[in-house]
Design a protein around this ligand. Structure first.
Ligand code: NDP
Ligand code: 2IT
Length: 456
């Protein structure tokens, strides 16, 4: 459904209000509208109460946004300054939970859209976690290990005032992996003089991390995809797949896709993509990205039969390659309407959002209008945060589960998330609109918790 088809006066008013008071935050407005428009049937059923309670006004306003200065010393002795953020958007169903992103594009709009989506994603996991997100406009590319450590220490020196294992639990996102979590955790522990293991997730296995957390987002995406395809009588085995990105989510999405018998033929980074018609050799990608931190182009040195295509201005080159299944696992707004048209023309049957908001709202509508199945990020990439919550459980118990135990729990959670989406689709006659299904199922939980807790 599009905005001008809305019947609810309250929804129209709220969308207008949100656009007006957040005019400098396009990504947040985009994420907000995608959710709110799809909630119309639920809002209409109870419009008067929601309006009297100013419910959507409260939902649209973060409980708290913290921004702070992050000064650090580079290797040449020059002081550098970045801006740090933590958005604590909604704590109705548990302590704030969500990743930290270190990327030069980070700003308040991006932090707010990510924290807003996290509220609904976390509700779908069924685990007691609220929605938050943070990060910095710091660019980790080209920085030495020492510079990364100094930045992380300075970032945590301020962030530690605002987090805690029952308050707010950050984790990784773009540019933040196990190395950064290690440095952040070390500084938190030093300042607090207390071993509060559950304050961060994505920790190393040696000091309180969970087995399978590294794999969780990518593996979870494929479990969700398998369930969605099965419901629509499609087998994943034998299908060709393209994946945007070559980071944490992309690598483990590739691994699980291959384990399920699919053939991944392309992966990318922000410079371009590699196409390997014989199937990606994932050990080569892992060595380039996880160990050497180099560009994906290096793949050709190990696999000379593969091809490399530089990105062009109008679209990431990876989407020009034909595949049955497309897994955007890089960043937001990777798939524009124009890219969506090419994907449809190329005959793809399903899109799985490993990244947060990789499709523009126009691209989503185009896929739906053309019967391409779309697994929405809030549901399909929830395996990462769900396993973070399992890491918190293990930390609280001062115990750990085996890889198989964690992976089994992850699989059950993803199957259950798909069921929730499907159930909401059935209940509201939404057909295969799993985007709306996910939003509605999550909203029902969050709204029940918020309403029960009064006007706060
Ligand atoms: P990483 O930093 O590990 O990898 C990001 C990948 O995306 C890199 O290959 C990067 O290439 C590529 N990329 C391409 N274009 C861009 C761009 N414009 N901005 C940033 N990255 C770009 O991050 P993750 O794999 O952890 O995250 C990928 C996506 O998945 C994000 O949208 C994140 O929010 C989402 N996500 C992550 C979860 C997690 O557990 N890590 C959980 C759920 C969602 P290059 O190296 O050239 O920059
Ligand atoms: O977008 C996400 O869900 C994440 N980056 C993971 C958050 C987490 O707390 O594990």
């Amino acid at each position: 459904m599009s905005e001008n088809e809305l019947k609810s006066e309250y929804l129209k008013e709220i969308i207008g209000r949100t656009e007006k008071i957040n005019a400098s935050e396009p990504e947040f407005i985009q994420a907000f509208k995608e959710v709110l428009i799809s909630l119309e049937p639920v809002i209409l059923a109870n419009e008067k109460e929601f309006k009297t309670q100013a419910f959507l006004e409260r939902l649209s306003e973060p409980e708290r946004i913290i921004t702070f200065r992050v000064p650090w010393l580079d290797d040449s002795g020059q002081v550098q300054v970045n801006r740090g953020y933590r958005v604590q958007f909604n704590g109705a169903i548990g302590p704030y939970k969500g990743g930290l992103r270190f990327h030069p594009t980070v700003n308040q709009s991006i932090m707010k859209f990510l924290a807003f989506e996290q509220i609904f994603k976390n509700a779908l996991t069924g685990l007691p976690i609220g929605g938050g997100k943070g990060g910095s406009d710091f660019d980790p590319k080209g920085k030495s290990d020492m510079e990364i450590m100094k930045f992380c220490q300075s970032f945590m020196t301020e962030l530690q005032k605002h987090i805690g294992q029952d308050v707010d639990i950050p984790a990784g996102d773009i540019g933040v992996g196990s190395r950064e979590i290690g440095y952040l955790f070390g500084q938190y522990r030093k300042i607090k003089n207390s071993y509060e293991a559950g304050v961060l997730t994505g920790k190393g296995i040696e000091y309180g991390g969970s087995l399978a957390r590294t794999e969780a987002t990518g593996y979870g995406l494929l479990y969700f995809m398998r369930e969605m395809l099965k419901t629509n009588d499609i087998q994943i085995e034998g299908k060709t797949v393209i994946i945007s990105g070559a980071g944490n989510v992309a690598i483990y999405a590739c691994e699980k896709a291959q384990m399920m018998g699919a053939k991944v033929v392309a992966m990318s980074d922000s410079s371009g993509c590699i196409y390997d018609k014989d199937g990606i050799k994932l050990n080569v990608i892992k060595e380039i990205k996880e160990v050497k931190r180099e560009r994906i182009k290096e793949y050709l040195l190990s696999v000379p039969t593969a091809e490399y295509f530089e990105n062009t201005n109008n679209m990431p080159s990876v989407y020009k390659i034909k595949a049955d299944i497309v897994l955007p696992c890089a960043t937001q707004n990777d798939i524009s309407l124009e890219t969506a048209k090419l994907i449809v023309k190329n005959g793809s049957v399903a899109i799985g959002e490993g990244a947060n908001m990789p499709c523009t709202n126009e691209a989503i509508e185009y896929f739906q209008a053309n019967n391409v199945l779309l697994a929405p990020g809030k549901a399909a990439n929830a395996g990462g945060v769900a396993t973070s919550a399992l890491e918190m459980s293990q930390n609280s118990m001062r115990y750990f589960w085996s890889f198989e135990e964690v992976e089994n729990k992850l699989e059950n959670i993803m199957v259950n998330i798909f069921k929730q989406c499907r159930r909401a689709c059935d209940e509201y006659n939404l057909g295969k609109n799993y985007v709306a299904g996910a939003n509605i199922a999550a909203f029902k939980k969050v709204s029940a918790a918020m309403l029960a807790q009064g006007i706060i």
